[in-house]
Design a protein around this ligand. Structure first.
Ligand SMILES: Cc1cc2nc3c(=O)[nH]c(=O)nc-3n(C[C@H](O)[C@H](O)[C@H](O)COP(=O)(O)O)c2cc1C
Length: 188
């Protein structure tokens, strides 16, 4: 089974990418295949509401979303990390969310995949919970099965993550829960 990690940060090797590297390494230790999307190295333009994806299963916009659609489709679980920008996920991540409508319009391709969110802010209460809620809203609208860290909403971190022991534990608990659920599904 495969877990896809997505970082919505425009910053190379920032906290969000390191969080995704960390959770995917933990998942690999538990025997899962992994894949990643780092939006710092990809171009995803915003949806222009042309409606072409209602008739065709291809988006006419020419960019890296072409590589991201199959990664989303192939994953059994998707874990999304975003920096908090003005209390919300980044514009780069929102563009990916909006462009994923193609998969929803073609038989709800993300339905029943496991989903979880991680938010990293510069402040202690900088909008991490609101950012995770937007990530989880995207997952619910695709019909995904959303999980948190076991007690709350998911990974809630203040940068630099190395100094946020409590926050980093919520990240570890979140990927732990994703792996637990996938293992339960495998046994069925
Ligand atoms: C445009 C912008 C807006 C931001 N807004 C917030 C905010 O509302 N709350 C917060 O806690 N941090 C805010 N930050 C700080 C980032 O969330 C923080 O630097 C984060 O760790 C960046 O993640 P990265 O290292 O993966 O890029 C903002 C940063 C930028 C560039």
């Amino acid at each position: 089974m495969k877990i896809l990690g997505i970082s919505g940060s425009p910053k190379k090797n920032g906290n969000s990418e390191q969080m995704i590297d960390r959770v995917l390494a933990m998942a690999e230790k538990r025997g899962f295949a992994t894949d990643s999307v780092f939006l710092s190295e990809m171009e995803v333009k915003p949806c222009i509401a042309c409606g072409k994806c209602r008739e065709s299963d291809e988006c006419p916009i020419d960019d890296d979303m072409e590589k991201i659609y199959p990664k989303l489709d192939e994953a059994d679980a998707i874990i999304v990390a975003s920096p908090v920008y003005f209390g919300s996920p980044t514009a780069q991540l929102k563009a990916l969310f909006d462009r994923s409508v193609l998969l929803r319009r073609h038989n709800f391709k993300l339905s029943n995949k496991i989903g979880a969110g991680i938010a990293i802010g510069g402040s202690r209460n900088g909008g991490q919970e609101k950012t995770i809620q937007v990530i989880q809203d995207w997952m619910h609208i695709h019909g995904m099965v959303v999980v948190g860290d076991g007690g709350h909403f998911g990974g809630i971190v203040k940068k630099p993550f190395e100094e946020d022991e409590v926050g980093t534990k919520t990240v570890d608990d979140t990927i732990g829960k994703v792996c637990d659920l996938l293992e339960m599904m495998k046994k069925k």
